[in-house]
Design a binder for this molecule. Structure first.
Ligand SMILES: Nc1ncnc2c1ncn2[C@@H]1O[C@H](COP(=O)(O)OP(=O)(O)OP(=O)(O)O)[C@@H](O)[C@H]1O
Ligand SMILES: Nc1ncnc2c1ncn2[C@@H]1O[C@H](COP(=O)(O)OP(=O)(O)OP(=O)(O)O)[C@@H](O)[C@H]1O
Ligand SMILES: [Mg+2]
Ligand SMILES: [Mg+2]
Lengths: 255, 255
């Protein structure tokens, strides 16, 4: 049964998509079968693996609202064991639609169940909000991985996110746990990065990944080629840090 | 009658709050009376001017849903002619609530109307979404200023944002115009920045501000002190670029 991990943080631009794409790709490069699920109406994770929303007449939205199955919309990527359930245009209205239908919180869980066994990991990229799409992502997941940008504003939202995770665990998904917190865009030369790391490590002790993702331009160039960074520039510090994160994630599970 | 400018872009982390706070502060430092309106449930603009959400028992949310007036919640800041209508906790549920009440799209416009005459500018910081809060921001505004981060993913969402602006103009607010596009976190040393600037300038010709906001660490350090950057470090390139942006904004209006 595949382990389902939601990548969530309502703060914008903290590296959710970059983590979903590159962690997913690194796990796949290691031989795991991975499904990337894009429930962000921006569709960045989809284009990040070369399946832009504009080229997907159907995607996650359709089965989410009852038209067909998720299996119908799953596409291959340039990495043999990495598949994607892409975002499609109509996802933009989904948060509101899901709020107004019976069982709207558990729709994603329902469409993922029939396919989970085909994968070792299912990685869900969430939008920058705590709306019904993110709630669906948390409800469908075994665990949530929280990217934290090493910036002040990124600290502010953490307690609200943890409250929401708590609420989802109590009301909708008792199995939901925190996979871990991963620091992104870490720049050892600047004081702010150190302060944020100190502060978060102090609070969350064993929940913080050892691996820190450095700020690395190759990570932000790769999406313009529709490639995960390990295909675009495997030797870059960006790629290497996500490969290391994938290894750490797997070794934590084995423990 | 104060000019109301919404700072909007559904892409996360592109510098909406940093622009709202520092453009607002620069206009105020120039002697204008400015009201910063924080309709993002994260409340970053509020804490960015030293009025953290945790310290605001009431804020924009309350008058938005009919309890009291906006005047009741407006607070002063460390800059004499800069005021803030802060975010408060309950704003997190507002997008859904507004979607389900009569005239939910125009609530913000309604609560701003009685105070507009007291200010030269009202600057609205929007959340990273195209939900009812952002729609309220666009409906209440005379113009929208669009921060564009010099990154690939930031390009992807632009056409969707322009569609939404068009829709709001047609259905809710005929006066809505585009104040302009401002490049943020521009790094002249990297190719990607140049590519994004070329691409956007090619499409939007006269709508792009000459002033470009450089990536500058002082802009991201200032919020941890609850200060706009012009108070934290007036001489920094970050502060100077926002002062220049404020000047350009005013000279465009005079033209
Ligand atoms: N470690 C990194 N080094 C350099 N650039 C990065 C890094 N991680 C992400 N980026 C870039 O920063 C921007 C924000 O990252 P990303 O889009 O992954 O964040 P997000 O949290 O998914 O954003 P949103 O909230 O809009 O969904 C992107 O342009 C991305 O390419
Ligand atoms: N020009 C800049 N140079 C360096 N850092 C910047 C710059 N502009 C913004 N930042 C930092 O980048 C992060 C994202 O900026 P900001 O929070 O203003 O974006 P936003 O669009 O308001 O995000 P959200 O989508 O979450 O509302 C913040 O930590 C901010 O301090
Ligand atoms: Mg994203
Ligand atoms: Mg913001």
């Amino acid at each position: 049964m595949g382990r389902t991990i939601a990548i969530a943080n309502q703060k914008g631009g903290v590296g959710k998509t970059t983590t979903a794409v590159n962690l997913g790709a690194s796990l796949a490069a290691d031989g795991r079968r991975v499904l990337l699920v894009d429930i962000d109406p921006q569709g960045n994770a989809s284009s990040g693996v070369g399946v832009p929303m504009a080229e997907s007449p159907v995607g996650v939205y359709e089965p989410l609202v009852g038209h067909g199955t998720l299996q119908d919309v799953i596409r291959p990527t340039a990495i043999e064991t990495l598949f994607v359930a892409p975002a499609s245009r109509d996802l933009a209205g989904a948060a509101l639609e899901l709020a107004n239908i019976e069982g709207g919180h558990t729709r994603l869980q329902g469409i993922l169940d029939p396919v989970r066994d085909q994968y070792d990991y299912l990685v869900i990229d969430c939008p920058p909000s705590l709306d019904m799409l993110t709630v669906n992502g948390l409800t469908a997941a075994d665990a949530v991985l929280i990217p934290v940008q090493c910036e002040y504003y990124a600290l502010e939202g953490l307690s609200k996110l943890l409250e929401t995770i708590e609420m989802v665990r109590d009301a909708l998904n008792a199995r939901l746990e925190i996979e871990g917190i991963v620091f992104t865009m870490y720049d050892p030369r600047n004081n702010l990065s150190h302060q944020v790391v100190q502060e978060v490590r102090g609070h969350f002790v064993d929940k913080v990944f050892e691996t820190m993702i450095p700020r690395n331009i190759r990570l932000s160039e790769a999406p313009s080629f529709g490639q995960p960074c390990i295909l675009y520039d495997m030797a870059s510090r960006g790629s290497q840090s996500y490969i290391q994160l994938a290894r750490e994630l797997e070794s934590r599970r084995a423990a």
